[in-house]
Design a binder for this molecule. Structure first.
Ligand SMILES: Nc1ncnc2c1ncn2[C@@H]1O[C@H](COP(=O)(O)OP(=O)(O)OP(=O)(O)O)[C@@H](O)[C@H]1O
Ligand SMILES: [Mg+2]
Length: 291
């Protein structure tokens, strides 16, 4: 039985797409067939993290929703970009991405005309069967709308992503209450963009008490490595224990570099590759600019 995991936040920009992408990669690496669907039709973005170029996208989720294609025709195998040189045996691991369209007309059409949300649910089930998925990850639009309700209602696990600020505290309470009413089997909280010097023990206690759900991770606010990597033209990849991440994806980098004292290999390809490697080496050696 495939597991459906959706990631939500009440407000935008909390880190849902990065969380979804990185979790899906970790789960795939454990030897699973994983699907990732971008239901953030109004402001799609997860395809960027998976480096799926617009030119490769013949059909997007929107085409399926308007009856122009079968859902599996909008699924792209992004295993290479997601887990590097992994060699799938028995069809595992595999990562498939179902992107939403970035075409302005297509986005406008959804906003103006809406679509049949039940079709989205049929699409999830069809993807699970057709692609023989072990896991389906659903990346969502912030706030509460019909897709939110649907994806919460059908998920085995809900990951609520929040920042530790008062607007997010209030908003997350709304989503958590909704999830409870929809009787979600498991709800987990990820606190992201935690500022330095915050009392994380107290933060965890406060959040767990307020929402009655476990805080699974607290990730620090850290612009340093992405700002640095993004300032170079070269493609940058970081490797640890044979695992690769995009040096321009912040949560990927932080998850990879989570343990102190581990070693990382940096590969950069481009005109300024040498400078990029040198600058990143210095940053990693200096503990990511963290106090
Ligand atoms: N821990 C972090 N520290 C610094 N920047 C971060 C962190 N986590 C995510 N970001 C950055 O915040 C921005 C938003 O991240 P992401 O797109 O994952 O959020 P989102 O919740 O999916 O946003 P949206 O609601 O717009 O879909 C990105 O630029 C990302 O690189
Ligand atoms: Mg997003």
């Amino acid at each position: 039985m495939a597991k459906i995991i959706s990631t939500h936040s009440f407000r935008g920009g909390t880190g849902k797409s990065n969380t979804t992408a990185n979790l899906s990669v970790l789960v795939a690496r454990a030897g699973n067939r994983v699907g990732v669907i971008d239901t953030d039709i109004q402001s799609p973005g997860i395809h960027v993290i998976f480096q799926l170029p617009e030119s490769r996208v013949e059909h997007a989720l929107n085409d399926y929703l308007y009856g122009k294609c079968a859902i599996e025709e909008a699924a792209y195998d992004v295993t290479d970009a997601a887990i590097g040189a992994a060699d799938p045996t028995d069809g595992r691991p595999r990562v498939f991405l179902i992107p939403s369209s970035v075409n302005v007309g297509e986005i406008g059409k959804v906003l103006k005309e809406g679509y049949d949300v039940a079709k989205l649910n049929d699409g999830f089930q069809r993807l699970i069967t057709d692609l023989k998925l072990d896991y389906l990850f659903i990346d969502t639009h912030p706030g509460v709308n019909e897709e939110t309700l649907l994806s919460i209602a059908i998920s085995d696990k809900l990951i609520l992503v929040m920042r530790p600020d008062s607007q997010d505290f209030q908003g997350t309470a709304v989503t958590a209450e909704l999830a409870r009413r929809l009787e979600i089997p498991e709800m987990l909280i990820l606190i992201n963009k935690v500022p330095p010097n915050m009392d994380v023990v107290q933060l965890r206690e406060r959040v767990e008490q307020a929402y009655g759900a476990e805080v699974v991770a607290m990730l620090p606010m850290n612009y340093e490595i992405v700002r640095l990597a993004s300032s170079f033209d070269s493609e940058i990849e970081l490797f640890k224990d044979g695992v690769a991440v995009n040096g321009k994806s912040i949560i990927g980098v932080m998850m990879l570099a989570a343990e102190c004292g581990s070693s990382i290999v940096i590969r950069a390809d481009g005109t300024d590759a040498e400078q990029a490697v040198e600058a990143i080496t210095q940053l990693v050696a200096g503990g990511f600019g963290e106090p």
